[in-house]
Design a binder for this molecule. Sequence first.
Ligand code: 13P
Length: 253
Amino acid sequence: MRKQIAAANWKMNLTYKQGEQLLDDILEERIALADHQQVIFAVPFPYLIMTSSELAGEANYFAAAQNCYHKKSGAFTGEVSAEMLESVGIKYCVVGHSERREYFSETNAMLAEKLDLCLAAGIKPIFCCGEPLTIREADQHNNFVETQLRESLFHLSAQQLGDVVIAYEPIWAIGTGKTATTEQAQEIHAHIRSVIAAKYGKKAADGISILYGGSVKAGNAKELFSCPDVDGGLVGGASLVAADFTKIIRALS
Ligand code: 13P
């Protein structure tokens, strides 16, 4: 059974103390996860170790980085490598979030390098894809996302792909309160899975978790997660509020 995942992306929000309090509030709910369920917190770099230690002993809860650099090591002041993340015990890293693509000019080719470095370091990438509004309006979203997958992901072996989580996040739904409908989410998630099946076979495609991101809220999570090809969510704003994020965790199937 493939993993169902509620992933929080804090982005550049919360102070250290606020982050610690948020984790405490969420963990206090003592939500027991089934073996196939996971909760992941993608937090700012300075909070990774605190987050890991808060989650120590909590089965199926993990800390994640929000990014890593696309080179192995060297004179890249201010950057953080996949190997560094692994060295402090991190198991997941978000790769290719649309905000990184847009504000930091990350290309599909750079993201392919990041995926390689994460996997070489033993870190599972949460690979983000998704189209802007103009592409959706032109009804080109399936092709657009397919190109993102081909150019960043499809050089991986089937075994490597088994360690990747995909997050489909339509840019027009991020932080806008405008969520994709369940029909829109299911349609493109099924398309992503079919493209993976064509390249890697049905077994690989059936095993990969595809999360939906873009205005996931306490009130719509259950409906979105009930789509057969939606395996949970990558959540921004609503992950900053304990009462909301715990409802989203509970919405996992
Ligand atoms: P929102 O949930 O705030 O729309 O953000 C989604 C997102 O970008 C998660 O990575």
